[in-house]
Design a protein around this ligand. Structure first.
Ligand code: NAD
Length: 250
C-alpha cells in the first residue's frame, strides 16, 4: 500500500530529467499519488509526466508569474479535483561573487526561488484551506544555512534563506487550517543544476566536506519529500530537514 494512495500532488520544476523534482514525482507516483508536473516548457512537462505513468499530467507554468500559477492550479483541479500536496521545487542558481551580482541577477534568482514559492503557495492555499488539509514542501538548500559555498552565489543563499523564513511563517499561519509547511535543505546532489559546471578540483573539495563521502542522489531528496508529504509526518510543520550526508553537523 502506497503512502500517498488517493492523494494528488503538484511538483514545480519537475521536468528536468535528472532533477530532484522528477525523482520526487517518480517516488510519489510509485506510492499511489497522481502528480502534476509543472515546468517552463509544456512539451517537456508532458513528457516527464508520461515517463512516470498514465495518470499524471504535465503543464507549462512559469512560477515567477502569478497568473501562470493560478491557471495551473485551476487546470490541476479540473483534472484531479483536489490538491493534497505542493512541492515548490523550481529553482535556479548562479555562481557569482557578491560584487558581481547585478539587479538583473538578483531578480532572476529571487524571483524563481522565493517569489515562485510564494506565488504557487498562494495559488493552492485557498483550496487547501477549504478542505482543511494540505502539505507544502519547499526546496531550500544547505546554501541557506551555511552561506553558500557549494555553487550558488550570495543572492542564491539569500533566496533560499528567504524560503526557510517563508516556510516557517506559513507553517505558523496555516497550522490552524490543517495545512503543514516544511522545507528540505539538500546538500550537494548530482543533478543538471551543477552538471558540467564543477571542475574536478571543486568536486574533490566538496566531497572532502561530506562525512558520508559521496554526493547525494536525487532519490535521497525524494525520500525526504515523501516523508514530509505523507501522513508519516503528520505532526511535523515548520521544520527544515537536512539531506546532506552529514555535511552540516554542528
Ligand atoms: P534542475 O536544474 O535539474 O531542475 C530545476 C527545474 O526548475 C528545471 O526543470 C527548470 O526548467 C525549472 N525551472 C526553472 N525556472 C523555472 C520557472 N520560472 N518556473 C518553473 N520551473 C522553472 O535542478 P535540481 O538540482 O533538480 O534543483 C531542484 C531544486 O533543488 C532547486 O530549487 C534547487 O535550488 C534545489 N537544490 C538543489 C541542490 C543540488 O545540489 N542539486 C542543492 C540544494 C538545493
Amino acid at each position: 500500500m502506497g503512502l500517498l494512495e488517493g492523494k494528488t500532488a503538484i511538483i514545480t520544476g519537475a521536468a528536468s530529467p535528472r532533477g530532484l523534482g522528477k525523482a520526487t514525482a517518480t517516488l510519489f507516483a510509485e506510492h499511489g499519488a497522481r502528480v502534476a508536473i509543472l515546468d517552463l516548457d509544456a512539451a517537456q512537462a508532458e513528457d516527464a509526466a508520461g515517463d512516470i505513468g498514465e495518470d499524471h499530467i504535465g503543464l507549462a507554468c512559469d512560477v515567477t508569474r502569478k497568473a501562470d500559477c493560478d491557471a495551473a492550479v485551476a487546470a490541476v483541479l479540473d483534472a484531479f479535483a483536489q490538491i493534497d500536496i505542493l512541492v515548490n521545487n523550481a529553482g535556479i542558481t548562479q555562481p557569482l561573487r557578491i560584487m558581481d551580482i547585478s539587479h538583473e541577477n538578483y531578480d532572476a534568482v529571487l524571483d524563481v526561488n522565493l517569489l515562485g514559492t510564494l506565488n504557487m503557495s498562494q495559488a493552492v492555499i485557498p483550496h487547501m484551506r477549504n478542505r482543511r488539509t494540505g502539505s507544502i514542501v519547499n526546496m531550500s538548500s544547505v546554501s541557506a544555512q551555511r552561506g553558500g559555498g557549494i555553487f550558488g552565489g550570495p543572492h542564491y543563499s539569500a533566496a533560499k534563506a528567504g524560503v526557510l523564513g517563508l516556510t516557517k511563517a506559513m507553517a505558523r499561519e496555516l497550522a490552524p487550517d490543517g495545512i503543514r509547511s516544511n522545507a528540505i535543505c539538500p546538500g550537494f546532489i548530482a543533478t543538471d543544476i551543477t552538471a558540467g559546471k564543477l571542475t574536478p578540483e571543486m568536486r574533490v573539495q566538496i566531497l572532502a566536506g561530506i562525512p558520508m563521502g559521496r554526493a547525494g542522489e536525487a532519490s535521497d531528496v525524494a525520500g525526504c519529500a515523501l516523508f514530509l508529504a505523507s501522513a508519516l509526518s503528520a505532526y511535523v510543520t515548520g521544520s527544515e530537514v537536512d539531506v546532506n550526508g552529514g555535511s552540516l553537523i554542528h
